[in-house]
Write a protein that binds this ligand. Structure first.
Ligand SMILES: NC(=O)c1ccc[n+]([C@@H]2O[C@H](COP(=O)([O-])OP(=O)(O)OC[C@H]3O[C@@H](n4cnc5c(N)ncnc54)[C@H](O)[C@@H]3O)[C@@H](O)[C@H]2O)c1
Length: 321
């Protein structure tokens, strides 16, 4: 591995863990983030590395983004763009579609334009289970066509399409990783994060959106990072696209609520708002096939419940009373 990585969304939950991991591999990492959802404190470890550069900027401010990338590229040629910047508040994107157009799609579009302009050969896109929409069957990478039910999922699927076209025109190799729900320290959103913060504010009652029966696979961020690095360093196709998810099980929202209460505020009761979805556009349950991931020679070791239980402790410790 040589050259630099350009990482968008570097101060976010997953981006900051990825920055730490790429730096630990001895790589130069140039991170950008507009800090709309991420936090500069997430980069405390990365900032200590000599080979880390960070610029607070909006990826959609294309001239500024290109200038920064070009300057990095002059010093150490950028080999790979890891594109993680996006809107992670799916619910907000339901009521205001501009959010996902700009934060989820246009950030992909502008990151691809930087790759084209500077001749950067590799591109990794953080995609999502939301591209699949609501499906009753086990989700395999190749079973399309896909019909997303959220703006977020639609704009991620559009980003996958833009990447595919870029591969035909100028990229040499690309990766699309479709994450399930990712959990762990530095979370900026998600059920665990929301429940911990709600319980800190109102220790006697936890409001839960839906009826608690939503059931999805949860992956610990440490395993997501290992999986992505494994696939990035070992894949040989021009376009490499994978589901990355735990091998065992899925976790209900009821389990997350009960376990968070046990850890954070054992006297609290749960108030479900009702209905089988948390909000419009929420996919209430899905099952992922990870046969392709396993065939690549790597598989997560934590079950979905184990990942959730570990993450609850981490997020609770980061959000004290
Ligand atoms: N966390 C999950 O469960 C999950 C699941 C599926 C996919 N993903 C994808 O993984 C990636 C990382 O997600 P995350 O959970 O770390 O979310 P996050 O919100 O913590 O990280 C995204 C980062 O992008 C930054 N950002 C947003 N718009 C930007 C812009 N225009 N310019 C510069 N920076 C901008 C935000 O400030 C934030 O730091 C995203 O692409 C997300 O869609 C996450």
């Amino acid at each position: 591995m040589s050259g630099a990585c350009l990482l968008t969304g570097a101060a976010g939950f997953i981006g900051s863990h990825l920055a730490d991991r790429l730096l630990a591999m001895g790589l130069t990492v140039a991170g950008v983030d507009n800090l709309s959802l991420g936090k500069s404190s997430h980069l405390a470890t990365a900032m200590q590395a000599r080979t880390f550069k960070f610029q607070e900027l909006d990826v959609n401010d294309y001239p500024k983004f290109l200038d920064f990338a070009a300057e990095v590229h002059r010093q150490t040629p950028i080999q790979t763009i890891w594109h993680l910047a996006a809107n992670s508040d799916i619910q907000a994107g339901g009521s205001n579609p501009d959010i996902d157009l700009c934060s989820t799609f246009l950030t992909s579009f502008h990151s691809l334009k930087v790759a084209q302009q500077l001749g950067i050969p590799e591109f990794v896109l953080a995609s999502t289970s939301a591209v699949y929409g609501a499906q009753d069957r086990e989700l395999t990478e190749d079973g399309g066509p896909w019909f997303p039910i959220s703006n977020y999922g639609a704009m991620k699927l559009a980003s996958e399409a833009a990447l595919s076209s870029a591969l035909e025109r100028f990229l040499q190799r690309a990766w699309i990783f479709r994450f399930p729900n990712v959990v762990g320290s530095r979370a900026t959103h998600g059920a665990i994060f929301d429940f911990v913060r709600k319980l800190r504010r109102t220790p006697h009652e936890l409001e839960v959106l839906g009826n608690g029966s939503q059931e999805k696979p949860y992956l610990h961020v440490s395993e997501l990072i290992e999986g992505m690095i494994h696939l990035w360093t070992s894949s040989r196709e021009r376009l490499n696209y994978y589901n990355i998810a735990p091998d065992r099980g899925a976790t209900t929202v009821r389990h997350i609520a009960e376990e968070t209460i046990r850890v954070v505020s054992p006297q609290a009761s749960i108030r479900y708002t009702g209905g089988d979805r948390g909000w419009v556009g929420d996919v209430p349950r899905f099952r992922y096939s990870i046969d392709k991931l396993k065939a690549s020679g790597w598989c997560p070791s934590l079950s979905s419940d184990e990942a959730v239980d570990r993450a609850i402790r981490e997020v609770a410790a980061e959000n004290p009373v």
